[in-house]
Design a protein around this ligand. Structure first.
Ligand SMILES: Nc1ncnc2c1ncn2[C@@H]1O[C@H](COP(=O)(O)OP(=O)(O)OP(=O)(O)O)[C@@H](O)[C@H]1O
Length: 608
C-alpha cells in the first residue's frame, strides 16, 4: 500500500483547547533541539520577570523616602540606598535580557535545524508517487513557514513565562498597595488575546489559500533566475511574458493580503480601544482611592507606574497568548506533515530482496499515476532473464519509462505482480530492490559535484575507489574528456559553482552511463542511453554492450531501432499494453507495429 495525501482545501481548525497539546509539542521540540539553551533562556526570562516586581517594590520605598525627605521626617541620605538598589536591579534585569536574547538566537538556530531535519526525513522517505501529488509539494512549501512559526511558538512560550512571572510578581506588589486594582487589570488580557488569535486565524487562512499560487510564482521566479532555463527564456524572448505572469500573481497576493490586513486592523483597533479603556478605568480608581486617603501618596504614585507597567505587560501576555494560537496552527500543520513519516514507514514492505538475479517477471501489471485520469500501463506481462538484453519500444507516451520505473521498484503496481526470482516484490523493502538495479533515465541527473563524484555516486560505499571510477569512465567512453578537464576527475562540474565547468550533453550522458556501470548491479535499465551520443559512440556502445555488461541483464529503451535490433527480445508497447514481442526477425516477419516503425525509420536513411 502506498501512502497518498489527497487534496486538503481548508486548514483544520485550531482552538484554545488544542493549545496545551501544541505547547507540549513545541516544548518537546525545543527540548530535543537544545535543552541547555532552553533551560538557560527560560531561566533568564524568569530572572527578568522577577526584576519587574523588584523594581516596583523598591520603587515604592524609594518614593516614600523621597517624600519623607521633602516633608522633613527623613534625610536625603536615606534615599541613596534605594536608588542604588533600583539601579542594581535594573542593571541585572538588562543583563539577563541581553544574555537571554543571545541564548534565544542559538536556540532559534537549533530548533530550525531540528525542524528542517524532520521535514527532510519525510521527503527522503516519501515514495516517488507522493512527488506526483500537488498537495505534497504544497505541504513541503508550507513547511518553510511552519518551521519559523514553530520557532515562534517556542519563543512565545518562553516570552509568556517572563510575562507571567513578571506580572504575577508585580501583581503581588500591586495587591499589597491596592487589591481592588487586580480584577480590573486582569481584564486587559482578554481583548488582546481575542484580537491576536483572530488576526492569526485570518492570516493563516490567507497563507494556506495562497500556497499553490505562491508556488507557481516561485516557479516562474526560478525560471527567470536559473541557468538551466536562461537560454530558452532568452531565445524565445519569454522574459517579459513570464515576468508579467509572475507580477500578476504577486499583485493578487497583495490584493488578498490587503483584505486580510484590513480585517486585522479593525480587530486590533477594537482591542486597543478596550485595553485603553480598562487602563483608564484602573487609573481613575487609583486617583479616587488616593483622594479618599485610602491609599497613601507614595503607594498611589507607584500604583500608577505599576498599572502602566503591568497593564502593558498584561496586554503583551494577551497578545502573546493569541500569537501562540496562531503559531499553533502552523505547528499543527508541521506535526501533521511529520506524522507522514511513520505512515510511510509502516506502509513500506520489509521483506529482503533475493540475493542474486536469475529472472524478473511482470505479470498482468496495471498502473495509474496519482494525477492521471487513465492508466499508463494496462495488464503488462513481460520477462527478463539473467544475461539477456531486452528492449522496450513504442511511440511517445506508450508507457516504456513507466514500466522501467516499476521494474526498478520506484512505483508499485496497482494490480498484477512483479517477481524477482519468484519473490513477489510487493513484499520486499524497496531499498533492497534498488541495491540490485542500476538505472539511467532519459532525464538523468547532472550532479553539480566533481566528475569523480558524479560517477562515484553510483555506488556510495565505493565512492573513494578512484581506480574503479576510472574503469567505469573508460567503459562509458568518458575517460578521455574527463582527463582533459582542468583538474581531471577532481574538476567541479556546473559553472554556477566556483571553479566549475560545463560539459556537452553527450559528455554528461557518458558520465551518467559511467555512474550506472559503476553501480555494479546485476540488472541495468538504460532509458534512451544514447539519445545524445554521436553516431560512433552509439555504435561502439552497442557493439560492446554485451561484453561490457557481461553477466549483467540489460533493459534497454530506445527509439533508435538500429540499437534494439540485436536485443534477445523486444517488447512493443502501445497505449500502456504489450502488443507484440519477440526478436527482431520475428517481429519483422509479423508485419505489425514494430515492422511499421522500423521500416519508417530505416526508409529515412535509404536514398530514394
Ligand atoms: N508523473 C506522471 N504523472 C502523470 N502522468 C504521467 C507521469 N509520467 C508519465 N505520465 C503519463 O503516462 C503515460 C506513459 O508515459 P511514459 O513516460 O511511460 O511514456 P514513454 O513510452 O516512456 O514515452 P516517451 O517515448 O515519450 O519517453 C503518458 O500518457 C504520460 O503522459
Amino acid at each position: 500500500m502506498v501512502v497518498m495525501i489527497g487534496p486538503v482545501d481548508e486548514p483544520p481548525p485550531v482552538g484554545l483547547r488544542h493549545l496545551p497539546r501544541l505547547c507540549r509539542h513545541a516544548l518537546s521540540i525545543a527540548w530535543t533541539a537544545g535543552r541547555g539553551d532552553l533551560i538557560l533562556s527560560t531561566g533568564l526570562q524568569v530572572v527578568a520577570g522577577f526584576g519587574l516586581a523588584g523594581l516596583l517594590l523598591i520603587g515604592q520605598s524609594a518614593l516614600q523616602s523621597v517624600l519623607d525627605a521633602i516633608s522633613g521626617s527623613g534625610s536625603l541620605s536615606d534615599v541613596l540606598p534605594w536608588v542604588l538598589a533600583m539601579s542594581a536591579v535594573a542593571a541585572l534585569q538588562s543583563l539577563a535580557g541581553s544574555l537571554q536574547r543571545e541564548r534565544q538566537q542559538i536556540l532559534g538556530e537549533l530548533v530550525s535545524r531540528y525542524i528542517e531535519g524532520r521535514v527532510l526525513d519525510v521527503t527522503v522517505a516519501a515514495d516517488l508517487a507522493m512527488f506526483d501529488e500537488p498537495e505534497f509539494h504544497n505541504r513541503v512549501q508550507r513547511m518553510q513557514m511552519s518551521g519559523n512559526q514553530a520557532l515562534n511558538m517556542v519563543f512565545g512560550l518562553s516570552g509568556l513565562v517572563r510575562a507571567v512571572v513578571g506580572v504575577t510578581a508585580a501583581l503581588v506588589a500591586i495587591v499589597a498597595i491596592a487589591p481592588i486594582l487586580l480584577p480590573l487589570l486582569a481584564l486587559v488580557v482578554l481583548p488582546a488575546w481575542f484580537a491576536a488569535s483572530r488576526r492569526g486565524e485570518a492570516f493563516h487562512k490567507f497563507f494556506w489559500k495562497m500556497t499553490p499560487r505562491d508556488r507557481e510564482r516561485h516557479y516562474l521566479g526560478g525560471l527567470l533566475q536559473s541557468r538551466g532555463s536562461a537560454k530558452e527564456v532568452r531565445a524565445f524572448g519569454l522574459a517579459g511574458h513570464l515576468r508579467r505572469r509572475h507580477d500578476q500573481l504577486y499583485d493578487e497576493r497583495i490584493t488578498e493580503l490587503k483584505k486580510v490586513a484590513r480585517k486585522q486592523l479593525v480587530v486590533t483597533f477594537g482591542a486597543n480601544v478596550m485595553i485603553g479603556a480598562v487602563l483608564a478605568a484602573t487609573l481613575l480608581v487609583v486617583a479616587w482611592l488616593s483622594l479618599r486617603g485610602t491609599v497613601p501618596l507614595a503607594a498611589a504614585g507607584i500604583a500608577v507606574a505599576g498599572v502602566a507597567l503591568v497593564g502593558g505587560r498584561l496586554a503583551e501576555a494577551g497578545w502573546s497568548a493569541g500569537a501562540l494560537t496562531e503559531a499553533g496552527r502552523y505547528l499543527d500543520d508541521y506535526l501533521a506533515f511529520t506524522e507522514l513519516l511513520p505512515r510511510v514507514r509502516t506502509a513500506r514492505p520489509t521483506g529482503t530482496a533475493p540475493p542474486g538475479f536469475a529472472r524478473l517477471t511482470a505479470e498482468d501489471v496495471t498502473f495509474t499515476y496519482p494525477t492521471a485520469p487513465e492508466p499508463a500501463l494496462r495488464g503488462v506481462t513481460l520477462e527478463v532473464a539473467a544475461g539477456e538484453v531486452v528492449a522496450l519500444v513504442g511511440e511517445n507516451g506508450s508507457g516504456k519509462t513507466t514500466l522501467a520505473k516499476l521494474l526498478a521498484g520506484l512505483y508499485r503496481p496497482d494490480a498484477g505482480t512483479i517477481r524477482w526470482d519468484g519473490t513477489d516484490m510487493s513484499t520486499v523493502d524497496p531499498d533492497g530492490w534498488h541495491d540490485h538495479v542500476a538505472v539511467i533515465f532519459q532525464d538523468f541527473e547532472r550532479f553539480h559535484l566533481t566528475a569523480a563524484d558524479n560517477i562515484g555516486l553510483g555506488r556510495v560505499s565505493a565512492a573513494d575507489d578512484l581506480d574503479a571510477i576510472k574503469a567505469a569512465a573508460r567503459q562509458a567512453g568518458a575517460d578521455g574528456f574527463i582527463e582533459e578537464l582542468p583538474k581531471g576527475y577532481a574538476t567541479q562540474l556546473g559553472p554556477e559553482f566556483v571553479g566549475g565547468t560545463d560539459l556537452s550533453v553527450g559528455q554528461w550522458q557518458r558520465i551518467a552511463l559511467a555512474r550506472a556501470f559503476f553501480r555494479g548491479a546485476p540488472f541495468i535499465i538504460l532509458d534512451e542511453p544514447t539519445a545524445s551520443l554521436d553516431a560512433r559512440a552509439e555504435q561502439e556502445l552497442f557493439e560492446r554492450i554485451r561484453s561490457l555488461l557481461a553477466a549483467r541483464t540489460v533493459l534497454l529503451i530506445s527509439h533508435r531501432f538500429s540499437s534494439v535490433r540485436s536485443a534477445d527480445r523486444i517488447y512493443v508497447l502501445d497505449a500502456g499494453k504489450v502488443v507484440e514481442s519477440g526478436d527482431h526477425d520475428a517481429l519483422m516477419a509479423l508485419g505489425g507495429l514494430y515492422a511499421e516503425l522500423f521500416t519508417l525509420q530505416a526508409a529515412a536513411y535509404v536514398e530514394g
